[in-house]
Write a new protein. Structure first.
Length: 375
């Protein structure tokens, strides 16, 4: 079977972790031929090989989705797919669902009928209510034009479609648990003093994430040793967050964006991790990879009460669940710092709670059987 993945993202970047893990495990756990069509930085299209995976890089600007770039990438991708199919017939084409390829809603119209097309829903638009509505309407229409669609959770499917139609399948997000099986203090965190507690956050630093509440909440904790906040990630809100940390007199280190391969090392140095996700419509149903990775690393975790967290985690057993507020963050971290025994318990139980989200299990038990069923 020849499986082709087609996404308007660079291959091997921190922006496409889940897709890269699909590709890696499908290639390593089966005899299937795997191709990736990705957004490249070179001036001309080029084909490279990465651990036996054929990668077709099409030049495109991925700095913003608010442009014609996704549509142009989609149209160019169709030409490359037709050429590839003539030489190496494609059985499964899994592609970035609307609006990931812009106006390219249905590859079926332009491609041979013997290619099974699967639209992959990573989530819906998050910039505004209008964009959110447009995204959902586009995905509903796209479902009728392709052979099948997959999404990352039942809650996401419910949010988009109201109920899960027959040709929409759930393949969850996860983590490679082997990568996150690291010893504590694997790296020496920048700026950390020996007597400090390191409270970390991994992810985009964007205004919509409301991370100023995380900083203010941590600054109000009056239990235990001094706390240093440790942000791994970057975004438009970084400068304002750095100013707010100074304003609240809260020690904080901003590492910036790092390759995903280095994330386990940073997590291994944290004493507590916070999955601060605002309980907004565009976020609340979405499975947060950061939470799974925190727990897989055995880091005691504070997580906000999104629908996904509420349905998949038990308060006091897997993590500490709190409201997405300054007081929620303050009280959750204080709860952990008040009891070393409680922190130790969460550290030991966290990894076990996410074993079902191991990508090797997801690919073997859910994704590959789905490909066989659709073909």
């Amino acid at each position: 079977m020849h499986i082709c993945y087609w996404y308007h993202r660079p291959y091997g970047s921190t922006r496409s972790t889940a897709i890269d893990e699909y590709v890696r495990f499908v290639s390593s756990k089966s005899e299937h031929d795997v191709t990736v069509i990705a957004a490249g930085e070179e001036q001309k299209p080029n084909i490279t090989w990465n651990e036996g995976i054929r990668v077709i890089n099409i030049p495109s600007d991925v700095s913003t989705a608010r442009s014609v770039a996704p549509s142009l990438f989609g149209l160019r991708g169709l030409r490359h797919i037709r050429k590839l199919h003539k030489k190496h017939p494609i059985d499964i084409l899994q592609f970035h669902a609307f609006p990931g390829l812009g106006i390219v809603l249905s590859p079926n119209i332009a491609l041979p009928s013997d290619i099974t097309t699967i639209g992959d829903i990573r989530g819906t638009a998050v910039s505004s209510e209008r964009a959110e509505l447009l995204s959902r309407l586009g995905l509903r229409g796209q479902r009728l034009l392709v052979d099948a669609m997959i999404t990352v959770d039942d809650l996401v499917a419910e949010h988009i479609f109201g109920r899960c139609p027959d040709n929409v399948h759930v393949v969850p997000l996860g983590a490679d648990l082997h990568r996150f099986d690291t010893d504590k203090d694997y790296i020496e965190s920048e700026g950390k003093n020996a007597n400090e507690i390191l409270v970390g956050y991994v992810g985009g630093l964007h205004p919509s994430r409301e991370l100023h509440k995380l900083i203010k909440g941590v600054s109000q904790v009056d239990v235990g040793p001094p706390i240093r906040l440790y942000f791994v990630g970057d975004g438009r809100a970084r400068d304002s967050l750095e100013r707010q940390a100074e304003e609240y007199d809260q020690p904080a280190t901003f590492v910036g964006s790092v390759p995903h391969s280095e994330v386990p090392e940073h997590l291994a140095s944290m004493d507590i991790a916070v999955s601060y996700i605002p309980n907004k419509p565009q976020y609340t149903n979405q499975p947060p990879i950061k939470t799974i990775e925190y727990l897989a690393s055995g880091v005691p975790t504070v997580a906000t009460l999104t629908r996904w967290h509420s349905q998949n985690l038990d308060d006091g057993q897997d993590a500490v669940l709190v409201h997405d507020s300054v007081n929620g963050v303050r009280d959750g971290i204080s709860r952990l710092l008040s009891s070393p025994e409680f922190r130790s318990k969460l550290a030991s139980q966290g990894r076990e709670s996410v074993t079902k989200f191991n990508y090797s299990v997801i690919v073997k038990d859910q994704l590959l059987p789905l490909y066989d069923e659709l073909c």
